[in-house]
Design a protein around this ligand. Structure first.
Ligand code: C2O
Ligand code: CU
Ligand code: CU
Length: 484
């Protein structure tokens, strides 16, 4: 297919879907397909080198129906990158798209100069070759496109992948770690399909207000797949790579599972849960015990009514007795809250005003003519590439108090280049699910975060903090900060 047509269909598929009629209700499944496992690129196995090509493509989410998509080294999503803590990733990204892109290492604690925030643009045809030093505990992170005002459409098109950091401590715990066998990367995304089963990027008033929600769940790019698993303990690395939807993950027979890791790595000890919320941008690792050999489904529970089916698991072989879990997983020290350098207050607001053409914010990106910049703000102002909103001292710990204002909805608030811990929620002690080292947190009530700034960020490429509902981010709910 000629590039010109591909570009048109990519852009149309991504932003021209206002008023399209969507496939109704639960999207009917043909025969469930097997869960695909993204190829594993282990940096150590290739001399530290990671090669990524951002490219347009076409993907058959439903047999015989091709949708315009984009991916890294393929037509949709990207390989799983695995890197050992202490190593360097020598990355080469080539942009074969016909628009600017960037690649952000979401969850890596690295200097902003080698992180692909909106300032580190890769033009069409150009290359970006950062050397990324990885110096943090084992964790499940991810990478995704992050260009100015186009993060929503590019991630939606498929420009995202998982990034696993491993280290000697984690390997010594003997958690399930056979990639694709008992250690499954699960990239969870809800996507909107039209009546013709083509993927669309709906862009109406609803999407501008609440972000893009889909009518079918994909896991690793396949609608509601089925995964054969060993009859035993299985580790699931969950990544909510959807644009907006807040997932509430459970097993459909209501069995308990062990929650073992957050965005920032392993918890201090396993936590038994029956449901786990996962906002856009968040990750979690859980261990599910399939030693009874009974098949089960994973669902996202809905506040009212039917739950959304996500995928199914089919244990292979006879029942076994499950392996024991380590009682302790990780240790880390939190800086004493009383000795933080300072406190900042941030107010996230949605739906305050519809701006149209106010304040010289110029043209719109993904969300075309609907509202646009200024509809979503932090501290009363929409994002501005040329304005540094906060200046932090390298090495400091601070308390960030983050509040949501205006239309009441939970915003997944994310900060680049840091881990934080939740000190309080709604004026109370944090809830069980707030524990651990985080980089993304749900803000509906006021939260107090204890943030440690260990990575430098200069004026040329500052770090971002933003709502991870990507349409909120693209339309202004983002700020930037330097660390020096
Ligand atoms: Cu995944 Cu700036 O974010
Ligand atoms: Cu990030
Ligand atoms: Cu938001």
């Amino acid at each position: 297919m000629p590039q010109g047509i591909r570009r048109r269909s990519l852009l149309q598929g991504l932003s021209g879907a206002a008023g399209v009629s969507l496939l109704g209700g639960a999207v009917a499944q043909d025969a469930p397909r097997r869960l695909p496992i993204p190829p594993l690129l282990d940096a150590r196995a290739q001399g530290g080198r990671i090669e990524l090509v951002a490219q347009p493509g076409e993907t058959e989410f439903w047999p015989g129906v091709a949708s315009a998509t984009a991916g890294y080294n393929g037509s949709y999503l990207g390989p799983t990158l695995r890197v050992h803590s202490g190593d360097e990733m020598r990355v080469r990204v080539t942009n074969q798209l016909q628009e600017d892109t960037t690649v952000h290492w979401h969850g890596l604690l690295v200097p902003s100069a080698v992180d692909g925030g909106p300032h580190n643009t890769i033009a069409p045809g150009a290359r970006w070759e950062p050397v990324v030093p990885v110096r943090q505990a084992a964790t499940t992170a991810w990478y995704h496109a992050h260009p100015h005002m186009r993060t929503g459409p590019q991630v939606y098109a498929g420009l995202a992948g998982m990034l696993i950091v491993t280290d000697a401590h984690e390997q010594g715990l003997r958690l399930p770690s056979r990639y694709g066998v008992d250690d499954l990367p699960l990239v969870l995304q809800d996507k909107a399909f039209g009546r013709d089963r083509r993927m669309v990027y709906p862009s109406g008033h609803m999407q501008a207000m609440h972000g893009v929600h889909g009518n079918a769940m994909l896991v690793n790019g396949v609608p509601q797949p089925v995964a054969p698993v060993p009859a035993g303990l299985v580790r699931l690395r969950l990544l909510n790579a959807g644009n907006a939807r807040l997932l509430d993950i459970a097993v459909d027979d209501n069995r308990a599972f062990h929650w073992i890791a957050t965005e920032g790595g392993l918890l201090r000890e396993p936590v038994s849960l029956r449901r786990l919320s996962l906002a856009a941008g968040q990750r979690a690792e859980i261990l599910v015990d399939f030693s009874d050999a009974r098949p089960a489904g994973m669902v996202s529970l809905a506040a009212q009514g039917r739950s959304l089916p996500v995928m199914r698991f089919e244990p292979q072989g006879a029942a076994t007795s499950a392996a024991a879990l380590p009682a302790r997983l990780a240790q880390w020290e939190s800086p004493p809250a009383a000795r933080t350098a300072r406190r900042r207050r941030l107010v996230l607001a949605s739906g305050g005003m519809m701006m149209g053409g106010m304040g010289g914010m110029g043209g719109m990106g993904g969300m075309g003519g609907m509202g646009g910049m200024g509809m979503h703000t932090i501290d009363g102002r929409p994002f501005d590439m040329r304005r540094i909103d906060q200046r932090v001292r390298l090495g400091d710990a601070e308390i960030w108090e983050v509040t949501a204002d205006g239309m009441v909805m939970p915003h997944p608030f994310h900060i680049h280049g840091v881990h934080f811990e939740v000190l309080s929620r709604g004026g109370q002690a944090p809830v069980v699910e707030d524990q651990g080292r985080r980089d993304t947190v749900i803000v509906d009530e006021t939260v107090e975060l204890l943030v440690r700034f260990t990575q430098p960020a200069g004026e040329r490429a500052p770090f971002m903090y933003h709502c991870h509902i990507l349409e909120h981010e693209d339309m202004g709910m983002m700020g930037q900060f330097t660390v020096a």
